[in-house]
Design a protein around this ligand. Structure first.
Ligand SMILES: CSCCC(=O)C(=O)COP(=O)(O)O
Ligand SMILES: [Mg+2]
Length: 261
């Protein structure tokens, strides 16, 4: 680690969040416990709302797809109107959400509900999105050099915008040219990276992807993106083979753009 020269073909940087722009501890110790502790209260308060009912439908469909997985909690339909029946469904949704979270699943259904729940936590100031201190100055420099900057996270686009819109550095959403989540495909599938390039309007070879997860780096590389693995405090360790195979950075300040002195 030290300085990583960005290949001349690169026109855009694609950033992961957890373990890359943001400490894993913020997600694991602040965001996720908030969901576990408040999901029941949230569902009771918002049950009649269209958005909440859409979230439940998506979770129910996911539970059907997961029916062959050990420990899955099915979500029954509401059969009658009334508090007793909705409480029965709410209990199933709470158990399903806790089960999915115990496995750190990245399903669009779970991520959508989480995004909606975090909205209240951020807008009331109970939570502020954490970003590593090198992130904002480095992105400003990249942008000044004409680089486009995008986010690709398993967290929903809404959750991403909340994290950066209510961050410890203030509202930094203006730093990003666009956001992608699992609606474009999962982060361990190479097709997702091809779709992102198509959506940005460039070739995968014009994009540098930064992530802490080597399976994601592999998928991006298979799609012909440039990749670097980010080493941050609290990230999972890499094997010796991984350390020698990947370009590694411990801070965004280590990236040296082609035009940089
Ligand atoms: C967008 S904040 C919440 C992060 C999250 O839910 C998550 O699963 C992290 O995934 P990432 O792809 O950013 O590592
Ligand atoms: Mg990550």
């Amino acid at each position: 680690m030290g300085v990583l020269s960005v290949p001349a073909a690169v026109r855009a940087v694609l950033l992961d969040i957890e373990g890359t722009t943001t400490p894993i501890a913020f997600v694991k110790d602040t965001l996720f416990p908030y969901i576990r502790d408040h999901v029941q209260e949230y569902l009771r308060a918002h049950w009649e709302e269209e958005e909440c009912q859409q979230d439940i439908s998506l979770l129910r469909k996911q539970a059907e797809e997961d029916s062959n997985l050990a420990g899955v909690v099915p979500i029954p339909p509401e059969t009658e109107t009334g508090e007793e029946d909705s409480e029965r469904v709410i209990k199933a949704v709470v158990d399903n959400v806790h089960w999915q979270m115990s496995l750190d699943r990245k399903t669009t259904a779970l991520k959508q509900l989480q995004g909606h729940m975090w909205r209240a936590a951020y807008t009331t100031g109970r939570v502020k999105g954490e970003v590593f201190e090198d992130v904002v100055p480095a992105i400003r420099k990249w942008r000044e050099a004409g680089m486009k900057v995008y986010i690709y996270s398993s967290g929903s686009v809404e959750a991403q915008k909340l994290l950066f819109g209510y961050s410890t550095e203030g509202d930094i959403l203006e730093l990003f040219d666009g956001h992608f989540d699992t609606k474009i495909g999962h982060k361990v599938e190479s097709e997702s990276y091809k779709r992102i390039a198509a959506s940005i309007g460039c070739s995968t070879d014009n994009i540098l992807f930064l992530t802490d997860v080597t399976q994601e780096a592999n998928a991006a590389e298979e799609a012909d993106m440039h990749v670097a693995v980010v080493i941050r405090p609290g990230n999972a360790g890499l094997t010796d083979d991984e350390k020698s195979y990947y370009s590694l950075v411990a801070s965004f300040s280590e990236l040296c753009l082609p035009s940089s002195p």
